[in-house]
Design a protein around this ligand. Structure first.
Ligand code: NAD
Length: 389
């Protein structure tokens, strides 16, 4: 096989941009072989724009059509796992949009299905392609910072207006989307946070519902995390601030990293701070360090993840973003909700039954379905989907 035949399910904002890119051969190892959407307007759009690509209005017909080797799932998050499991069971490779789904319990079932299928299962964590985050991860993993003490991520430049929230019927509703900024915008950074700093052992969070918008889900969040080795972390995100900030600071016994404005700053201490703390005779010494800066280089973005997916299928290369890792950031966001709903610190692994029962309750009272708006498909990757400093 020279190229993987891929079908896209969901030709909206994201799926429309993927279709456009694949149709113009941005990834030669992937051939756009099918399109699927259950909205008749999207059917008309695809018939006009991609007349030679087979179109399906039911994804199950696409899965059994034998026209594809793989599917890219770009529908509302709550449908991701259901469709991904069906695709894997149909013998197809799967690339799922983020977040992997809205519940850890369901993501776990998807991971089991992927393991059983032996197929390639990837997730569109396109910000993992950014070289600065890759370098930060390497530095932490190599021990350059020593034992981590603290991380703080302020990611408040996900600014959204009311018009955005009103633009799609499923958006910003518990039943349609399973959450707000934590479930829609922040999965990229929650994933990078755990990718670089590891998984916390417990989470305490404040999730303020409709603080800046007329929505039933949260648009302002502060998460406090504890890690097994005693480190702590804070993650702050909102869609209601302008101008926003994107700043990640990671501090360890041997130095500090700051990622901001397309720059990775690294303060490398000559010796561990802990040594000086107990051996220095001064009360507040200046400790020697080497300072290094790395500037952001071009990153692969969504196309980089598509290429990695194709390389995994065709060449057996490891995925940059394995789908089975989607459960990690989802565990943090599910735990944050559970903490906000109960007012308690939540340990990980998550109590999935407790979370599911409370989410079910919110879904029962959700306004999902009252708004019938749909958006026209997008044809370009939007700037806001890339790493935005
Ligand atoms: N990786 C990124 O940078 C990024 C950016 C934007 C969106 N996303 C993700 O992509 C997914 C879709 O988001 P969007 O903004 O494109 O939403 P959207 O509403 O614009 O598009 C979703 C599409 O799915 C279709 N759909 C819904 N149910 C379906 C079904 N049962 N069968 C077939 N089609 C169905 C809808 O008709 C619509 O066309 C979300 O999970 C979102 O988080 C990822």
């Amino acid at each position: 096989m020279d190229a993987v035949r891929i079908g896209i399910v969901g030709i909206g904002n994201m799926g429309g941009a993927h279709a456009y890119n694949l149709a113009r051969d941005a990834v030669p190892s992937l051939t756009l072989a099918a399109l699927c959407d259950n909205d008749p307007e999207k059917a008309a759009f695809c018939a006009e724009r991609y007349p030679t690509v087979p179109f399906f209005s039911d994804y199950r017909d696409l899965l059994s059509s034998r026209s594809v080797d793989a599917v890219l799932i770009a529908v509302p998050h709550r449908l991701h796992a259901e469709m991904a499991i069906a695709a894997l069971e149909a013998g197809l490779h799967v690339l799922v949009e983020k977040p992997v789904d809205i519940r850890v319990s369901v993501a776990r079932r998807l991971n089991e299905a992927a393991e059983k299928s032996g197929k390639i299962f990837g997730i569109m964590f396109n910000q993992r392609t950014n070289p600065l985050f890759q370098k930060a991860r390497e530095l932490v993993a190599s021990g350059a910072l020593g034992r981590l003490k603290r991380s703080v991520w302020i990611i408040t430049n996900w600014y959204r207006t009311q018009a955005y929230y009103d633009s799609g019927s499923w958006r910003a509703t518990w039943a349609g989307e399973g959450g707000g900024v934590l479930m829609n915008q922040a999965p990229h950074q929650l994933d990078l946070w755990q990718w670089i700093c590891g998984m916390p052992s417990s989470v305490t969070a404040f999730c303020d519902v409709g603080k800046y918008h007329d929505i039933e889900v949260e648009d302002d969040v502060t998460v406090f995390a504890r890690y097994p080795d005693g480190a702590t972390g804070t993650f702050i995100t909102t869609t209601g601030e302008y101008p926003g900030t994107n700043r990640l600071e990671i501090v360890g016994e041997c130095g500090k990293l700051v990622l901001e404005n397309g720059l990775l700053k690294h303060w490398r201490l000559a010796e561990s701070e802990k040594e000086a703390r107990f051996s220095s005779s001064e009360s507040s010494p200046s400790l020697p360090y080497i300072y290094e800066e790395t500037k952001e280089q071009e990153s692969g973005g969504h196309v980089g993840i598509l290429e990695s997916f194709a390389d995994a299928i065709l060449l057996g290369k490891p995925l940059l973003a394995p789908g089975c890792e989607g459960i990690r950031e989802l565990s943090i966001s599910n735990a944050a909700y559970l903490s906000a709903w109960t007012g308690k610190e939540v340990s990980l692994p998550l109590d999935e039954d407790a979370f599911d029962a409370l989410l079910d309750e919110k879904m029962r009272h959700s306004s999902f379905g009252k708004n019938t708006a749909t958006e026209a498909p997008t044809e370009q990757y939007k700037r806001r989907w890339q790493v935005n400093w």
